[in-house]
Design a binder for this molecule. Structure first.
Ligand code: NAP
Length: 40
């Protein structure tokens, strides 16, 4: 499944990791995509 998430915080980041592990394609929308905080 193709999934889009807005926000890479606690909830968005955790969901993204689990959905990628499960084989889904995840696109994350972040205010500051190049900031270190976004790549936790
Ligand atoms: N964590 C929980 O246990 C929990 C439980 C129930 C409900 N919730 C709710 O779930 C939501 C997310 O919680 P969280 O713990 O994941 O919060 P978080 O770690 O603070 O993450 C919030 C994310 O939303 C992004 N964001 C904020 N304002 C934005 C805007 N105007 N445009 C684009 N992105 C924006 C933030 O980006 P930046 O980092 O760039 O600011 C961050 O990536 C909140 O509404 C919270 O009340 C959380």
């Amino acid at each position: 499944m193709k999934i889009a998430i807005i926000g890479s915080g606690n909830v968005g980041g955790a969901l993204a990791q689990q959905w990628v592990k499960a084989g889904h394609t995840v696109l994350i929308g972040a205010q500051f995509p190049l900031s270190e905080k976004t790549f936790r």
